[in-house]
Write a protein that binds this ligand. Sequence first.
Ligand SMILES: NC(=O)c1ccc[n+]([C@@H]2O[C@H](COP(=O)([O-])OP(=O)(O)OC[C@H]3O[C@@H](n4cnc5c(N)ncnc54)[C@H](O)[C@@H]3O)[C@@H](O)[C@H]2O)c1
Length: 345
Amino acid sequence: MRGQVVFTRDAAGALGRMLEGTAEEEVYVLADENSRRWCVGRLGLEGVPEARRLVMAAGEGAKSLETAARVWQWLSERGARRGSVLVNGGGGGVTGLGGFAAWCFKRGVRHINVPTTLLAQVDASVGGKTGVDFNGLKNEVGTFAEPEGVVVDNGMLAMLPRREVLSGLAEMVKHALLDSGEHVEEVLAADLADVAGAGFLGLIEQSVAVKARFVRQDPKEGGWRRALNLGHTAGHAIESAALQRGEAVTHGEAVAHGLEAALWLSVRKRGFDARLYGRVREFVRRTYPRCEAAAEGDALYALMLHDKKNERAGVNFTLLRAPGEPEINCYCEREEILEALKEIG
Ligand SMILES: NC(=O)c1ccc[n+]([C@@H]2O[C@H](COP(=O)([O-])OP(=O)(O)OC[C@H]3O[C@@H](n4cnc5c(N)ncnc54)[C@H](O)[C@@H]3O)[C@@H](O)[C@H]2O)c1
């Protein structure tokens, strides 16, 4: 990865160092209604006036071309230039949209991510994937745009609702599964009451390190990076189904169920340890709401077929032979997939 990721309890200090040499009037801040509170004093950005701050609506609904256009208009009217820097302070919604908007504006202005949700800290803000939802489909329009830097300060998670904490936890479980069995046990046993505490920062760093390893080897997802799609083939379909029905399902809830489906297929097709599958399944059942969408197997299957990562008819999954041993592009038959969805419903 190109951008530097800093894990800290002093976000202002870390951001200050990244902004060294940048005139204060070149700094623009994008946040949403909930993350804005962290984007002033905690970031040492008291000097940035209201005119150079934009607050977008919170939630997936705001991750749209319309919001991106609002950002472009705001930057344009205020005379932002190539040397300007957009600080995206928020969850994956803000970092994904802000990164995309920065990449397009004047063919690219600098951007720095300050993730304020657990999901964004362990996943969305690193790796360079940016974009917006379009035509009822998640992340349908977007690009790879590496941030110049990422500041991860988990003290900002102090007021994050539990549901959002669990959303990020699902990606941590995924990263652990891509790493080692030991790491999986550690994440399943993590003390979520301490998510904003100093002790949890190490777990976040460990999770990002797993992602970074795959991204470094294959930044544009030509192949190996697809291992990170573990749980996302079914997960994206579950999320898109919810989006189309106007239901609120978090990314992590969808991924948690997607992981269950992928591990079930891994047991059947790649000899993954059935006991560990059972352990993760039990964890998902105990921790996340039931997956309503699983009842509509055919609709989910149609959404998976639409997935941009498929190169031939049918659906390719990332499966695991064992923790830390992913296999990408595992072709799965419709019948197997429908069975897996029944299993998680
Ligand atoms: N680019 C990638 O690699 C990647 C990876 C995973 C997910 N994503 C994307 O990320 C998005 C999901 O990210 P998310 O879960 O962070 O969503 P989000 O940005 O919508 O944030 C979730 C909620 O938490 C609120 N929030 C943010 N910071 C807060 C804080 N510190 N305290 C209290 N509330 C706070 C937000 O306002 C929002 O209501 C999805 O759009 C998904 O597609 C991208």
